[in-house]
Write a protein that binds this ligand. Structure first.
Ligand code: 80F
Length: 314
């Protein structure tokens, strides 16, 4: 099985490392090969750790040139129009090439259009890494096939939760952001984390997938953490509370906004890079928590999708 990787930054490199590590012990991965890696610098043919481009070609040309079985998109998100990933997915899926992605923008902007092509051809889309990285959220729902989800509520961005936690612990905003960047949690453009875009994109994908909605990013209001002052965080602390960036969707409301919450709320205990998600369906309330960002976690989400694809479970 031939893979074409798109994007070779923090997550791309972690994915390659993880695939090499796991290939020795998991026979199902033994026939998987990275046939090419594409970045903004061009295409490198084959599988080498140090990137150096062999050809200057576009993503669409790289699909023709490599003719992969799966494209694995680990490129930076483009929230203007999702390109070039949207066109790459449509081209790949229409040729029955599967797509695994950790890039949220294409699915947050064109979820239904992309899935329609996949449904027509039978190609599969794995996107666990788009929401809560390697902590099962999207893939948890794959084993809850008849659940009717009426409400989701969670903390879905690792960077902002990390920053809010570190300010609560006494750091300045800039110190906290610097740490989040150093740990590889932040987006290439960290304003996407700070202004709520990333959390809103994840909420859009989740709502479309597990609540069967047809929402596009931009159709609902979202706020990030840029307007919260350190004083507000410390005042909440003195009252025994915390400020958290909460994503919420039910059948009427969908929003991302900072909220002051107390110890009676399970999300109060979600600190640092940890994320959490409460899912209410007709018979259960499920809460999952785990790391929401970090290159190894996002890479793990993508590798999980690859194994599920190989096992016929996507
Ligand atoms: P990084 O900036 O390290 O690498 C981006 C790569 O994309 C580069 O190789 C660049 O050349 C390539 N690229 C950009 N545009 C391209 C194009 N048009 N064609 C080809 N290549 C292109 O970024 P990361 O950190 O490796 O992230 C990669 C993707 O993973 C992004 O879509 C992220 O949104 C996604 N992701 C990252 C996560 C992380 O922890 C986590 C899950 C998904 O919750 C949070 O705090 C979130 N900020 C992180 S969630 N790094």
């Amino acid at each position: 099985m031939k893979l074409l990787l798109i994007g070779y930054g923090n997550v791309g490199k972690a994915f390659r490392r993880l695939l090499h590590e796991k290939r020795d012990s998991y026979p199902i991965l033994q026939n998987v090969e990275i046939a090419g890696i594409l970045t903004r610098q061009g295409l490198m043919v084959g599988d080498k750790e140090n990137f150096s481009p062999d050809k200057q070609i576009t993503v669409l040309e790289a699909i023709d040139f490599i003719n992969p079985d799966v494209i694995v998109d680990m490129s930076a998100p483009n929230y203007k129009d999702g390109e070039p990933s949207v066109s790459a997915y449509i081209k790949a899926l229409s040729r029955k090439i599967h797509v695994i992605t950790v890039n949220k923008a294409p699915l947050a902007l064109k979820f239904r259009e992309i899935f329609e092509v996949a449904e027509r051809t039978g190609a599969k889309i794995g996107f666990q890494g788009t929401v809560m990285s390697g902590t099962p959220s999207i893939n948890l729902f794959r084993i809850q096939p008849v659940a009717e989800v009426s409400r989701i509520r969670g903390i879905l961005n690792g960077t902002t939760n990390y920053i809010l936690t570190r300010i609560y612990e006494g750091l300045s905003f800039n110190e906290a952001l610097k740490e989040a960047k150093e740990k590889g949690y932040a987006e290439e453009d960290p304003t996407l984390d700070l202004n709520g875009f990333d959390a809103a994109a994840k909420l859009t994908i989740l709502s479309n997938f597990i609540m069967n909605r047809s929402i596009r990013l931009g159709e609902f209001k979202f706020k990030g953490i840029t307007e919260i002052s350190n004083e507000e965080i410390r005042r909440a602390k003195s009252e025994g509370k915390k400020i958290k960036l909460i994503a919420y969707a039910d059948n009427y409301i969908i929003q991302v906004s900072p909220q002051i919450i107390g110890p009676q709320d399970p999300l109060y205990y979600i600190d640092g890079v940890e994320n959490a998600l409460e899912i209410q369906n007709e018979i259960q309330r499920i809460i999952i928590r785990g790391p929401g960002a970090g290159p190894a976690n996002a890479a793990y989400g993508a590798l999980t999708d690859l194994v599920l694809l190989l096992e016929g479970c996507l």
